[in-house]
Design a protein around this ligand. Structure first.
Ligand code: TXA
Ligand code: MG
Length: 333
């Protein structure tokens, strides 16, 4: 299959919307990461998504909407706190899990009786979804286990030949996926840290349950290998001796003959001497924006090992910390 890249002109948006209506897949930009979209009411479209990504079919897809009313097509009810989140933070990088209606196929929810709903803020995403006239189910548009794509080129590298269309809306602003909150439990529960800080949500709806170190995966997606570049990734946990630990880890890896890279924020990067360093930016928002792209670049540049500065579990740091630990497969220094 030939994969076309479309710039988001009116004409091209219509071509892509028609592809979605006819059961085909279109990769499209959102403010978080690129999504691989299909008609959320069509089980065959969902199957194509799983096949293109090589994704286990018990890992449910998020359904993207372009207007808030569509939530009532998908969900049996919207609890009060979920309504507040919709009013205050949608469109934006947050996903709410609700009890699903029968129109949402099991193929989309991995057999769960719940549906994850999100309204992205990216104008190209909104234009595509509203033109298509259907809700759009979309996971991140990467090959399963690879870092999520934050540019059309990343999508092309992973899915060329497997999907008919990529809508190129430039680089994603946020760079990490949406925050996922489950509203089907008694107390709202965090399923995945992401682009919307948990502190911001809690200020609006009160306490959100955060289950740490759970032995069982909270949402199906959490049990799978994730965000892995080919290079071996190590995370330097924040705290005592961070810079020393990073320099020592780098020197040990380089000493084994491995082409090694450090990814660090400004203050830390400044103290890494002559080592190969990639500057993640000045704060966690920059880090989130750059992380997945840098991991992909590390592979493209032939790095065999990457030592990353870890992040504190607050604000956007929580999402960065989570992605880093997964990319590293738990390896810390
Ligand atoms: O920012 C994002 O959320 C991006 C863009 C494209 O919107 N999408 C994304 O989708 O990250 P994906 O499929 O890579 O991650 C969705 C996560 C998975 O961990 C999945 O298990 C969880 O959300 N999820 C989806 N539906 C769920 C449900 N009904 N119950 C629990 N978890 C669910
Ligand atoms: Mg994903």
């Amino acid at each position: 299959m030939k994969t076309e890249i479309y710039l988001p002109t009116t004409e091209n948006l219509e071509i892509c919307a028609e592809l979605l209506r006819s059961g085909e897949l279109v990769a499209f930009p959102t403010e978080t990461v690129y999504g691989l979209g299909g008609n959320a009411l069509d089980p065959l479209a969902a199957k194509k998504i799983y096949a293109a990504k090589g994704r286990p079919s018990d890992n449910p897809l998020i359904v993207h909407i372009a207007d808030k009313e569509t939530v009532n097509v998908l969900a049996v009810r919207v609890p009060e706190k979920a309504q507040i989140v919709m009013e205050r933070f949608m469109p934006g990088p947050v996903t709410i899990v609700l009890p699903k209606k029968d129109v949402v196929p099991d193929a989309v929810t991995g057999g769960l009786k719940t549906v994850a709903v999100r309204m992205p803020s990216n104008p190209v995403a909104l234009a595509l979804i509203s033109r298509s006239g259907v809700p759009v189910c979309a996971p991140s548009a990467n090959t399963s286990t690879r870092p999520s794509p934050t540019s059309a080129a990343h999508v092309y590298n992973d899915l060329c030949g497997k999907i008919p269309a990529i809508l190129d809306g430039g680089d994603c602003e946020v760079g990490v996926e949406s925050t996922v909150i489950d509203f089907t439990t008694e107390k709202p529960r965090l399923l995945r840290a992401g682009g919307m800080p948990i502190e911001t949500l809690e200020a609006a709806i009160g306490e959100i349950e955060i289950v740490r170190n759970s032995k069982v995966a909270l949402c199906p997606g959490m049990k799978y290998k994730h965000y892995s570049p080919l290079a071996d990734v190590f995370v330097a946990l924040p705290g005592e001796g961070l810079k020393e630990r990073m320099r020592a880890a780098y020197d040990a890896l380089a000493g084994e003959g491995k082409k090694t890279l450090i990814i660090a924020l400004e203050d830390t990067a400044a103290e890494m001497g002559e080592r190969n360093v990639r500057l993640a930016g000045k704060d966690y928002a920059d880090y989130a924006h750059n992380l997945f792209a840098f991991l992909r670049d590390a592979d493209a540049d032939g790095y065999e090992a990457v030592v990353c500065e870890g992040a504190d579990e607050r604000l956007l740091g929580a999402s960065v910390a989570n992605r880093l630990i997964k990319a590293a497969g738990g390896k810390t220094v």
